[in-house]
Design a binder for this molecule. Structure first.
Ligand code: GDP
Ligand code: IMO
Ligand code: MG
Length: 427
């Protein structure tokens, strides 16, 4: 039995969905534990593209139990439309469970997200405008509405009334917005409640039972370490804890039950939204990576900022998450490059920085120190064994593993399930 956490190590979009879909074959349970529809996990199976925002990627395997844990913020409309889309593609969703403790994203959260971003002007965070921040704000302020509330009509009415009054004060007085209508919202959300009911459960009980029965459980990270509210490049982060600890608090499984933490690392760096990014490329190589990698957001369609692989970021992610190994994805995107670089350190005021700077002033002035590698200049897409990779690709991987002081367990060489090389046993 194994409980495995899959965590993003950079700024998101590392290919967590692909790795989870691959490993899900050997697992009975797949769990999302934080974030919400800000996530966009693209999974390719037999040339069909699935774009998942709230549902765990394990849903694409028949008979897996997929769980949306208490730490997730759920927008019912997105959840239901995702289910409808998958049903149209004949995907079995009868084994899907959502936590009765998860918080609900309401339309006023999305409006507040937009208003707050507009208000920040040039200091904006570049959020996905899905209402994530305002929903987690309500959770922390103890004003939030949870899944268990929506199925209790009287409680829901009371909580909604109170929240609508409060949010309308804010929207009207602070943002000059017309506000939201209580009756319309009540009607809309009670309809959602009827459709959500069959999926609602105390998911912590289900998962702890699974642990006792020695089942394999996969925790599917969303977002990533550098977007973590505590460890990321604050304030340019999301409002939850996507790092490994968040998988426990967001699902109701204790840390002693976790066996393995795998960090997903993209072979180069990308970032959507604002915030410092020391190894960002503004030249032809950056544009080549963006074009070849199709680096445009799944959720917002925004062009992703691209740069060299930053080992300072991955090493930091390795210790804050306690990584046992990494899964390196998208190595194939670098196939054609003559030279590759890895950022191995940051220099600030002439000195090499230790650890990862919290102060964004320092980070934005930090100069990346690079190590250069020769490219392998051949397609690796069809390779399935580590030993058969070109020597220059192996050199790049070996050196990366040394710099980040972490083993490599998986190398992904394409978006499809089978385009995967297992370097080290995981189960
Ligand atoms: P996530 O948010 O971490 O799940 O990542 P996204 O789905 O947002 O972005 C990763 C993209 O890369 C998706 O389109 C995947 O299908 C694709 N992908 C994953 N692994 C590989 C790989 O090894 N090579 C290539 N070419 N594409 C990959
Ligand atoms: P996956 O799971 C990439 C980024 C947003 C923004 C910041 C805050 O697909 O890797 P939010 O809407 O969460 O308040 O936005 O976080 N962000 C992501 N970037 N991948 C994601 O998820 C992201 N989820 C949030 O772009 O910079
Ligand atoms: Mg994504």
């Amino acid at each position: 039995m194994a409980s495995i956490i899959i965590v993003g190590t950079q700024w998101g979009d590392e290919g967590k969905g692909k790795i989870v879909d691959y490993l899900a074959d050997k697992c009975e349970y797949i769990v999302r534990s934080h974030g919400g529809s800000n996530a966009g996990h693209t999974v390719m199976v037999n040339n069909v593209k699935y774009k998942l925002r709230l549902l765990p990627s394990g849903i694409l395997h028949k008979d897996k139990i997929c769980v949306i844990g208490n730490g997730v913020v759920i927008e019912p409309k997105v959840f239901l439309s995702e289910i409808d889309d998958l049903m149209k593609k004949n995907v079995n969703i009868s084994n899907l469970k959502i936590s009765d403790r998860a918080h609900i994203i309401m339309p006023y959260h999305k409006i507040l997200d937009e208003m707050q971003e507009a208000d920040l002007g040039e200091n904006k965070l570049g959020t996905t405008k899905n209402g994530i921040g305002p929903c987690y704000m309500d959770k922390a302020s103890r004003l939030g509405i949870r899944i268990c509330d929506i199925i209790n009509k009287e409680t829901f009415k009371k909580k909604l009334k109170f929240n609508v009054e409060l949010k309308n004060k804010l929207l009207k007085k602070l943002y000059n917005h017309e506000g939201v209508d209580y009756d319309n919202l009540l009607k809309e959300y009670l309809e959602y409640a009827d459709r959500l009911k069959p999926y609602i459960a105390d998911t912590s009980i289900i998962l702890n039972k699974a642990v006792k029965e020695n089942k394999n459980i996969l925790f599917e990270g969303a977002q990533a370490t550098m977007l973590d509210l505590d460890y990321g490049t604050y304030p340019f982060v999301t409002s939850s804890n996507p790092s490994a600890g968040g998988a426990c608090t967001g699902s109701g499984i204790g840390p002693s039950k976790i066996d393995n933490v795998i960090g997903v690392v993209k072979a180069y760096s990308t970032r959507v939204g604002e915030g410092p990014f020391p190894s960002e490329l503004f030249d032809d190589v950056g544009q080549f990576i963006r074009d070849k990698g199709g680096e445009y957001g799944t959720v917002t369609g925004r062009a992703r900022r691209c740069g060299w692989l930053d080992a300072c970021v991955v090493k930091y992610a390795s210790y804050v998450n306690g990584l046992d190994s990494i899964a390196l994805t998208r190595l194939d995107i670098l196939d054609e490059l003559d030279k590759l670089k890895i950022c191995i350190a940051y220099k600030y005021e002439g000195k090499i920085l230790e650890g990862y700077p919290a102060d964004l002033e320092i980070l934005s002035k930090a100069e990346p120190v690079y190590e250069e590698f020769d490219g392998w200049k051949t397609s690796i897409k069809d390779i399935r064994e580590y030993d058969k990779l070109p020597e220059n690709a192996k050199k790049y991987l070996k050196r990366l593993s040394e710099i980040i002081e972490t083993d490599i367990s998986i190398v992904s060489v394409g978006a499809e399930r089978e385009e995967t090389i297992i370097v080290k046993d995981i189960f």
